[in-house]
Design a protein around this ligand. Structure first.
Ligand code: HEC
Length: 103
């Protein structure tokens, strides 16, 4: 019984920490595509890491997935003026995935 509750505790805390370091809150409209925002092809994750793990005007101007729309245009913040903690910009239904060239 003790082992089982330790196991359950482990699962719950691991899931919680994954969500915590998932970086979703660090890009505008990150919740729309959730983990896939960065982990569909990984191109946007690389650019995000190179930007210092921050949403910046330079990162917004890049087109990580090479589909012709900048990361900022895809995430509803074309000029990269959004900052962590602010309400998501733009219309969530028009958000596309900066990590998926088909979206
Ligand atoms: C805004 C971008 C972003 C989002 C959203 C994001 N990640 Fe990541 N993730 C990264 C980056 C960047 C790294 C590489 C970390 C490093 O090297 O500093 C990473 C690394 C990881 C790793 C480690 C393995 C590896 O490839 O290095 C896992 C596992 C992971 N992420 C899972 C998730 C999960 C699960 C979610 C959703 C809850 C998520 N990520 C959301 C950017 C993101």
């Amino acid at each position: 019984m003790k082992t089982l509750s330790a196991f359950v505790f482990f699962i719950v805390t691991s899931v919680a920490s994954l969500a915590f370091w998932g970086y979703e809150e660090f890009v505008p409209n990150g919740a729309v595509n959730s983990c896939n925002t960065c982990h569909y092809s990984g191109a946007f994750a690389d650019d995000f890491r190179e930007a210092g793990g921050q949403w910046t005007a330079a990162l917004a101007a890049l087109d990580s997935n090479g589909d012709g729309a900048s990361n900022g245009a895809e995430l509803g913040d074309p000029f990269g003026s959004w900052a962590v903690g602010r309400p998501d910009p733009g219309d969530p239904f028009r958000v596309t995935n900066p990590d998926d060239g088909e979206d």
